[in-house]
Design a protein. Structure first.
Length: 502
């Protein structure tokens, strides 16, 4: 602990966001640069606790007090080493993770927690700018071939770990380019794709081979838009036969749907049908998006991160108005007594997209989508709801009498989360067993019911956070390495089914 009274001297601070009128004119990231001295002051707020609960909040086991102390001492080189020791992609998590580590920061008991996530970004960016991030190819090849299916954070983490262990790793991705939701789900204003591409170059330099535009198993019709237009279909059995081990990291890709009258109308889309083409426009693959908010009144159903991504995208595309609906009541500004530290704080969060405009409506449910007379959507009918217990004693949403209202909209985006992995494709091809929630079942070593086939990330956990995906990818890689070689020196940050601090 470098500064014994840093948490008393310095208030929590983040870099300023660019002015809203300026940033809505482009797709660049929203934050201004953070001066090095400001970063050091924020790191100085870390108390180097005897029991650092931030370690419990983060499944990666990041050595947070250590690299905070190193940043305070202006030793960014060693801070980068300590950061990368547990996290393959800190520049991703620092931008995209909601920071459960900060929710469990001891300083957060009676003050604002340490800005762990921002310090993490600054360490990573300093490392890249100084040239400290280099490829680490294996010194010796094992002669074993491993296939990774899916190039999101779980798949990339598993690929890098296994390549560094000496295995020949091939990543299969059904989309046009590698990255999964990092590329096609996350808008540029949250993470510019140059950040992803430089990390992919490192993986390639370490020997990882990417085969994009290849779907292992025939994709489900409802998610065919996730594939490249000229996608090649490879049978799951052929993949298993050509490799010594297979890691499935295909994510949780089936969107939750809305079963209300009018769902069939034109202009109603799952969030990924809106976000992916927008990202394809930004990377130059498309000249314009087939699903655009320009000149339209937009309603986003779902109040989470995906909804906020749709919100910021709609602003930049030129929507006339945007309403974001959330069925849950508005969270409090601070923790309620039944939500104590160090559990995840259920509080109202305002993202950069919310700051840019739009109206958030809480405790409302959609009852009907309205026809414009030509088969397109013209509006939405909804009502307020309140929580009550049903006859079985379970919580349920009950309409508030007399609360019905309508919103005009020509575009409705469904951002209500994901229901699990696709049941067709590689799951059906290989006959993979599913758990009670419909996710691919894994044993204590990340293995499926098919010998030599392993699974990690949202495909087995269900939709979750990027830090859990990376932790699962790292852990599954260790199991694969042990299965192939009889032993492993790779780290195992978590076990299958391990739950977040709650």
């Amino acid at each position: 602990m470098g500064d014994l009274t840093g948490f008393l001297k310095y208030d929590r601070a983040l870099p300023p966001r660019r002015p809203v009128p300026v940033r809505l004119r482009d797709w660049k990231e929203v934050y201004e640069p953070f001066p090095p001295e400001a970063v050091r002051q924020q790191a100085a707020r870390c108390m180097d606790c005897g029991i650092p609960f931030c370690h419990e909040g983060c499944p990666l086991g990041n050595l947070i007090p250590e690299w905070n102390d190193l940043v305070y001492r202006d030793d960014f080189t060693e801070a980068s080493e300590r950061l990368h020791a547990t996290n393959n992609f800190p520049e991703f998590t620092g931008r995209l993770c909601p920071a459960p580590c900060e929710g469990s920061c001891v300083l957060g008991i009676n003050a604002a927690p340490v800005t762990i996530e921002r310090v993490e970004v600054e360490i990573a960016e300093r490392a890249w700018s100084e040239g400290w991030v280099e490829p680490h190819p294996a010194a010796k090849a094992t002669g074993k071939r491993v296939a990774i299916v899916g190039s999101g954070p779980a798949g990339l983490a598993a690929a890098q770990q296994l390549a560094r262990a000496g295995h020949a790793v091939v990543v299969y991705e059904r989309a046009e380019r590698a990255g999964g939701l990092l590329r096609y789900g996350i808008p540029e204003f949250k993470m510019e794709k140059a950040v992803l591409d430089r990390r992919l170059r490192q993986l390639r330099d370490e020997g990882v081979v990417f085969r994009c535009g290849v779907s292992v198993g025939r994709p489900d019709p409802e998610t065919a838009g996730a594939c490249a237009p000229d996608v090649e279909v490879m049978a799951g059995g052929d993949l298993v036969g050509e490799h010594d081990a297979v890691v499935l990291a295909g994510g949780s890709t089936v969107p939750r749907d809305l079963a209300v009258p009018g769902r069939h109308l034109r202009g109603i889309h799952p969030a990924m049908e809106f976000l992916k083409p927008s990202n394809l426009v930004q990377e130059g693959t498309l000249t314009e998006s087939p699903v655009s908010a320009r000149g339209k009144h937009v309603v986003i159903i779902g109040g989470g991160d995906t909804g906020a991504d749709c919100l910021g995208t709609a602003h930049r595309q030129g929507a006339l108005s945007v309403h974001q609906l959330e069925i849950l009541p508005e969270p409090p500004a601070e923790r309620n007594p039944d939500n104590p530290w160090p559990t995840w704080p259920v509080i109202l969060r305002t993202s950069s997209a919310h700051e840019e405009g739009g109206e958030r409506l809480f405790a409302v449910a959609t009852a009907e989508l309205l026809d414009d007379g030509t088969g397109g959507v013209r509006g939405l009918r909804a009502h307020e709801v309140e929580m009550a217990l049903d006859d079985a004693g379970r919580p349920a949403f009950v309409p508030v009498p007399g609360s019905t209202f309508e919103l005009t909209c020509e575009l409705v985006l469904l951002a209500m989360g994901f229901a699990g992995p696709e049941r067709g494709g590689v799951v059906a091809d290989l006959g993979l067993a599913l758990d009670d929630r419909g996710n691919v079942s894994a044993d204590t070593g990340w293995a499926t019911n098919v010998p030599g086939v392993f699974v990690c990330g949202d495909m087995t956990r269900g939709q979750s956070l990027i830090v859990w995906a990376i932790a699962e990818g790292r852990s599954a890689a260790a199991s694969v390495d042990r299965w192939l070689m009889g032993r492993t020196a790779l780290p195992v940050p978590i076990t299958p089914g391990q739950l977040a601090l709650r």
